[in-house]
Design a protein around this ligand. Structure first.
Ligand code: C2E
Ligand code: CA
Ligand code: CA
Ligand code: CA
Length: 278
């Protein structure tokens, strides 16, 4: 027993125990969520800046938690990654995306391309390609229906990863480098022909109008993309002046709250009806 208040180590133990029990609860709840269709996708349009048409929709996962309300991916995707549930999560997202596309195809006669986020460690799993191809087949969808987004921080030199990327490409599935500018990819890595697009991270896009240095950086990123024959997509576009500037700089597509917040599949249908240029 201790005298005179609680010791530092004991407080540390308590905190550790609390965190461990929170993790265990999250784990159980997430497994329950995956078994009970509590995860849903919302969609965030990427607008083609040359035509005003729809370049693609990005699928973003949400958890409709029975008591905590709508949870954002940051609340549970990292956990899903560490405990090995990310593969199941991905398969559920993929199935929802392709099901939504089937409906849009039915309603409008075309299948909007959807970008799906892939966690880094999925790329080091040789099974990924088969999962994607099987899902496409089950929905009778062409490989061009999907774009996979891979965060730049993930682009380590790994032979399984490189093989996966090459095989996806061979089958016609496009891959975009996500959060470009936040990672450490070498130009040679970007030039290795596995990619179709660079998504310029929101942190670079914000404020390009107020700061010539920022503008210069984004301009250089767009130029790099084009030199490598990749499309340049800007994320996090929140105002009209930013959009105008991106157009001037030759950016290919843009995404952000200026156009809309991410919305569910039914809401996308309404937008398609409202936007003839899509
Ligand atoms: P991300 O792939 O970089 O997605 C962009 C995030 O920025 C989304 O947040 C989106 O709602 C938000 N965003 C888009 N435009 C704007 C804007 O103009 N202003 C601001 N302030 N924010 C904007 P969200 O949905 O919370 O997703 C966070 C991250 O979670 C994503 O970042 C992605 O890395 C990850 N994620 C989402 N869905 C999935 C998934 O199905 N699988 C995996 N592995 N990761 C996912
Ligand atoms: Ca993304
Ligand atoms: Ca991103
Ligand atoms: Ca980002």
């Amino acid at each position: 027993a201790k005298s005179g208040g609680r010791g530092r180590a004991e407080r540390f133990d308590d905190q550790y125990a609390a965190e461990a029990s929170a993790r265990l609860r999250l784990d159980a709840e997430l497994r329950h969520a995956l078994a009970n269709d509590e995860l849903i996708c919302v969609y965030h349009p990427e607008i083609d800046l040359a035509t005003g048409g729809l370049y693609a929709l990005e699928a973003l996962v949400r958890w409709q938690h029975p008591s905590r309300g709508m949870l954002s991916p940051d609340d549970f995707v990292p956990h899903a990654e560490t405990v090995g549930l990310i593969g199941i999560l991905f398969e559920q997202v993929l199935d929802q995306v392709l099901t939504a596309q089937d409906k849009w195809l039915d309603e409008f006669g075309w299948r909007p391309t959807v970008a799906v986020n892939v966690s880094p460690r999925q790329l080091t799993n040789a099974r990924l390609v088969q999962v994607v191809l099987t899902a496409l087949e089950a929905h009778d969808a062409p490989a061009s229906a999907l774009i996979l987004e891979v965060t730049e921080t993930a682009l380590v030199d790994d032979s399984v990863m490189t093989g996966t990327l090459a095989e996806l490409r061979r089958h016609g599935v496009a891959v975009a480098v996500d959060d470009f500018g936040t990672g450490y990819s070498s130009v040679s890595r970007l030039a290795d022909r596995h990619w179709d697009a660079l998504k310029i991270d929101r942190s670079f896009v914000a404020g390009i109008n107020e700061d010539v240095a920022r503008e210069g950086v984004v301009h250089a990123m767009i130029a790099l993309a084009h030199a490598l024959h990749l499309r340049a997509i800007a994320e996090g576009v929140e105002d009209e002046p930013t959009l105008t500037k991106l157009r001037e700089l030759g950016c290919d597509a843009a995404q952000g709250y200026l156009f809309t917040r991410p919305v569910d599949a039914a809401e996308i249908s309404k937008m398609i009806i409202r936007c003839p240029e899509w």
